[in-house]
Design a protein around this ligand. Structure first.
Ligand code: SAM
Length: 284
């Protein structure tokens, strides 16, 4: 069977089925076998591993994952591609394809089906929806599942540095230890995107600072404040907790009411959540 991750094979498949890469789905296919092998390598996959792949595309990565893993569950939004995958990868009997927008898939239920198995989630993430997919993964709280994700270099850099925090950097830092896999040039994709990419490995933090209920508050708080990030902190918090509590929350943490959400570090959010959950407890 030919390796899919070459320009020649990628073009051949696209011509055979009469398709173009769809921008609206962030389709940039990897055309470099060495990069694929490195992604599989850093993901620590063996014959006992169940892999969940988001966005298999034409199967460049899927093909190699299938050779190494026990099973690959590939979730792809574009039905023209799922039909192609079924045909091109038909020699493998360890592939399950889910034709669905990953944002509508119950990842927790999927993972629960493979209780006690070694599960790794791998994705060359579509750029247009990177943040939403990552947040979906965080919220699903997939215990024990490590992630190998490829994203834009600049986005990855912010996560690794933990500076210039935003929704994605904050939640990444809270839930995971994030490590650099390696960086790749934009030239390894067809069609070629405008920016280089980075592969990150996400490993679950052993000791998290909040309990389950508090974590729900944390995730919602960060999401809510960042969707209205132009508002002052007081106005933003007020919508969630009323004026009185919001003023005392900010006072307690010594934070100016007129600052914006970008001012808050992860530690500030954690402190806020602890006070909010204490307050809720007392008022129940
Ligand atoms: N894995 C392939 C590769 O590396 O060559 C393709 C990666 S391409 C950057 C992203 C893939 O994600 C595309 O196949 C695209 O159709 C798919 N995709 C985009 N949005 C999606 C969504 N919401 N749910 C599932 N798949 C999605």
């Amino acid at each position: 069977m030919d390796v899919i991750a070459t320009l020649k094979k990628t073009r051949e498949i696209m011509n055979k089925y009469g398709i173009n890469a769809k921008k609206k789905f962030g389709q940039n296919f990897i055309i470099n076998e060495e990069i694929i092998d490195r992604i599989v390598d850093v993901s620590n996959i063996n014959h006992n591993t169940i892999v969940i792949e988001i966005g298999p595309g034409l199967g460049a990565l899927t093909q190699k994952l299938l050779m190494k893993a026990k099973k690959v569950i590939a979730i792809e939004i574009d039905y023209t591609l799922t039909d192609i995958l079924k045909e091109e990868l038909k020699e493998f009997n360890n592939l399950e394809i889910i034709n669905e927008d990953v944002l509508n898939v119950d990842l927790k239920a999927l993972v629960n089906k493979y209780d006690k198995e070694d599960i790794v989630l791998v994705s060359n993430l579509p750029y247009y929806v990177t943040s939403d997919i990552m947040i979906k993964i965080f919220e699903a709280d997939l215990k024990g599942v490590s992630l190998t994700v490829m994203m834009q270099k600049e986005v990855a850099r912010r996560i690794l540095k933990g500076e210039n925090e935003n929704l994605l950097t904050l939640l990444s830092k809270y839930y995971f230890d994030v490590k650099l896999g390696f960086e790749v040039s934009k030239n390894i994709f067809h069609p070629r995107p405008n920016v280089d990419s980075t592969i990150l490995r996400y490993l679950h933090k052993q000791n998290r600072q909040l309990n389950k209920d508090q974590e729900i508050i944390l995730t919602n708080l960060i999401k809510n404040l960042y969707t209205k990030k132009r508002k002052t902190l007081l106005n933003n918090l007020k919508d969630l907790y009323g004026e009185e509590l919001s003023i005392s929350l900010l006072d307690e943490l010594n934070i100016n009411q007129n600052e914006r959400v970008e001012k808050l570090k992860l530690e500030d959010f954690i402190a806020l959540v602890k006070i909010i959950s204490q307050f809720r407890h007392q008022n129940h």
